[in-house]
Design a protein around this ligand. Structure first.
Ligand SMILES: [Zn+2]
Length: 263
């Protein structure tokens, strides 16, 4: 096919120009991030030794000691924040935010699903149905690991199909709580925002030619480019105000954080 190797063939449809460019990018990234990684490793190793670890810290210790160090340095404990990210309240808040941003209305619909925890929504804009979204967010036995978005139906009215609204699904594996005082199901907003970004890319495309519309309309190494922007919105105080409410007290996370900082 005229390519020297598989990497050249793969890149022929992508944003990066050559295998050399990709390798240089990765090498440069490694050179730039190494000093910071070494610094953080040293800091964590020292902390672990001071708090009782006999040998040097290993990869499998990182998460445990990083959580402990975070608690010591910033008085932050991930578990304390979980009650603010109960599944239904986050989803409702995310939809409120998307109404403001994209003028979208979401309506839950009862249609056949593959598991009782799956929820389904119709998306409307100015009263017109524009697509359907399935959310399957709970971890369960036998389910594939990780989180992803994919599509079933594309917008394709030019083929004369009666029901041409696009349809997409977001899947994640948020675990059930391990403590009785936590809400029945909490969500990692970073993951949900990320996959929802992909789903919206699919659902909101108005391009009618399936092979160049939606996520097929961008090179595969560019499909993630817009996501960090959308994902980072979850930190914005105005966005947090939309969805981060304590599942029992109804207090907003942002408000609590401000109070904590003041005290
Ligand atoms: Zn992604």
């Amino acid at each position: 096919m005229g390519f020297k190797n598989y990497a050249e063939l793969s890149l022929s449809k992508k944003m990066a120009e050559s295998p050399q460019q990709v390798i240089s990018f990765l090498r440069e990234l490694a050179v730039k991030s190494r000093p910071q990684a070494e610094k953080e490793y040293e800091q964590l190793n020292q902390f672990a030794r001071e708090t009782g670890l006999k040998d040097d810290i290993q990869a499998y210790d990182f998460a445990y000691y990083a959580e402990k160090l975070k608690k010591q340095q910033f008085n932050v404990n991930d578990e304390d924040y979980k009650p603010y990210f109960e599944k239904n309240s986050v989803i409702k808040g995310l939809f409120r935010f998307l109404k403001k941003l994209f003028k979208l209305d979401f309506e839950e619909v009862k249609v056949p699903v593959w598991h009782p925890t799956v929820s389904v929504f119709h998306l409307y804009r100015k009263g017109n149905l524009i697509g359907r979204l399935y959310l399957d967010l709970e971890a369960r036995k036998g389910k594939r690991d990780g989180a992803w978005m994919d599509e079933w139906v594309r917008l394709s009215p030019q083929y004369g199909r009666k029901n041409s609204s696009p349809c997409s699904f977001c899947v994640a594996n948020f675990p059930l709580p391990h403590r009785i005082d936590l809400p029945p199901q909490t969500i990692r907003c970073e993951t949900l925002f990320h996959e929802m970004g992909h789903a919206l890319h699919h659902l909101l495309s108005r391009v009618e030619e399936p092979f160049v519309s939606r996520i097929s309309g961008v090179e595969w190494d560019a499909v993630e480019v817009s996501l960090p922007v959308f994902r980072s919105l979850r930190h914005e105080p105005s966005v947090l105000k939309e969805f981060a409410y304590h599942y029992k007290t109804g207090k907003n996370f942002q408000h609590q954080k401000e109070m904590k900082l003041k005290s």
